[in-house]
Design a protein around this ligand. Structure first.
Ligand code: 5AD
Ligand code: SF4
Length: 467
């Protein structure tokens, strides 16, 4: 049965019209993209979307399991929602996404939160209409979690969050099985969408006036390997850039699958943004090996240097895990020295968090949590230092910014992003979401820039959008 047939087959009379639904999303962009589909399905069933918990007749938490604190936040939230459920017994409370894919979580939920009405996983969100109908009928917890994907589901309804920037999934799942990571278990094995489907979606977005598209996958550089494609991501990126979209981005990259010629393509194509998120995770070879990352410090740095020297003005950010089981102080210092060498534009840094059923939970882990937190703080000083230094080098220059919109507090202060993905808050007037403007940078902060809109028009002078 196709998705549309599935929707039609749902006995929508069971879902009363005029009800309000709230979808709350945790975690990565894959979850935010899934939530756009959840919202699309809900509106096609007659729900109106809302933001206020008190107004909602249906609350759906789309969850993340990447680290323990992500799961704890959700458990806290479900606890708080119990009082809403008491005040409004007809309220439907649902949990979906990555947490639902974990057996241990399901057992814990059944025991601790029996008032949840609906639980479903990452592989069957297209079944939401039927599952809601079951909830309305049964009025007892409906749980449906598929252990693995039953294939890709195209053409699901959607409500996109933004009118000017869009996420496009090019694949789901991951085959890399890094030893600390839960994603291959919660999202399943890698499945690439057919190139023609991705291109059609991108072309439609361009027609609708979208200015920026980000191609999304856990490991975009491996795109197409499961379809038997050679250099699949290179081909896809080139084809997408030929659609005429103003700004094209992608995330996330895995250094092992990253072909150098992709750097040449980014340097050559005007609409490929000079920004690469290239998670390194650790700077020590032994740690990288035990993480199952399949590259060495040297090969990472070789790729890094190539990208820096090939793409003018490129910004490179990274992810780092501190305190991987068995990591010694000396090994952690290799991460610090790698950071000093790379001077990343930005980094997301985490203390290692054991995840059920992943191989790393079995590794010995003698370092105390408090020491790991101290290492993290040490690393974060470097993150701040180099981000600020790079931002300071931009002061008094003008950069192209894609306008997100005015600030909630002051309609004359706008925010937006540069081509190399820096957040800029700037003074301006009469601007619209989706405008491309030049902004003169006046002040650098650690993780953002302040400036004023200039009278100059964006013209292509420099890959990073500087005048
Ligand atoms: N503990 C800490 N950080 C993790 N990440 C993934 N799994 C874990 C874990 N178990 C981090 C990695 C990844 C990012 C999305 O989250 O750095 O790149
Ligand atoms: Fe997780 Fe590794 Fe896949 Fe990234 S590449 S999603 S860290 S298994």
């Amino acid at each position: 049965m196709s998705n549309i047939d599935e929707l039609k087959a749902t006995d929508t009379r069971l879902i009363k019209a005029g009800k309000k639904a709230l979808v709350r999303t945790y975690g990565c962009q894959a979850n935010f993209r899934d939530s756009e589909h959840l919202k699309g399905i809900l509106t096609s069933l007659g729900y109106t979307l809302c933001e206020d918990l008190k107004e909602a007749d249906l609350i759906l938490l789309n969850t993340c399991a990447i680290r323990e604190n992500a799961s704890q936040r959700v458990f806290g939230e479900i606890g708080l929602l119990k009082s809403y459920k008491k005040q409004k017994p007809d309220l439907i409370l649902g949990l979906c996404g990555c947490m639902a894919q974990q057996k241990e979580t399901i057992a814990y939920i059944k025991e601790s939160y029996p008032y949840l009405d609906l639980v479903f996983g990452t592989h069957n969100l297209y079944r939401l209409p039927a599952l809601l109908a079951a909830v309305e009928k049964q009025r007892q917890t409906v749980i449906e979690v598929l252990p693995k994907s039953d294939g890709l589901h195209e053409n699901l309804p959607e409500v996109r969050d933004l009118p000017h920037k869009a996420w496009v999934n090019i694949m789901v799942g991951c085959d890399k099985f890094c030893t600390y990571c839960v994603v291959p278990y919660t999202r399943g094995r890698q499945q690439s969408r057919p190139m023609a489907e991705v291109l059609l979606e991108v072309e439609n977005l361009v027609k609708q006036g979208y200015k920026e598209i980000t191609l999304l996958g856990q490991n975009v550089n491996a795109y197409g390997k499961d379809l038997g494609l050679e250099s699949g991501f290179y081909q896809l990126l080139e084809a997408c850039s030929n659609t005429g979209i103003k700004r094209l981005r992608f995330t996330t990259s895995h250094p092992w699958d990253f072909e150098k010629k992709l750097g040449d393509l980014i340097a050559f194509k005007e609409n490929l943004m000079p920004f690469i998120h290239l998670p390194v995770q650790a700077g020590n070879d032994e740690v990288l090996k035990r993480m199952g990352r399949r590259y060495s410090r040297e090969s990472y740095l070789k790729l890094f240097d190539y990208l820096r020297s090939t793409i003018p003005g490129v910004a490179i950010s990274t992810d780092i895990i501190v305190g991987f089981p068995g990591e010694s102080r000396e090994q952690f210092e290799d991460t610090l020295s790698l950071y000093e060498y790379c001077k990343f534009d930005h980094a997301f840094t985490f203390v290692y968090s054991p995840r059920a059923n992943t191989p790393a939970t079995k590794f010995e882990d003698p370092v105390a949590e408090i020491d790991k937190k101290a290492w993290l703080a040490e690393l974060n000083l470097l993150v701040k230092k180099y981000s600020l230094a790079r931002n300071q080098s931009m002061v008094d220059k003008e950069y192209e910014v894609l306008v997100d919109g005015p600030s909630k507090k002051n309609p004359e202060v706008y925010s937006g992003y540069t081509k190399d993905n820096r957040l800029v808050n700037f003074n301006g007037a009469d601007l619209k979401t989706g405008d491309l403007v030049m902004v003169k940078i006046q002040q650098a902060r650690s993780f953002s820039l302040n400036g004023t809109k200039s009278q100059n028009q964006p013209i292509e002078k420099d890959k990073a959008g500087a005048l």
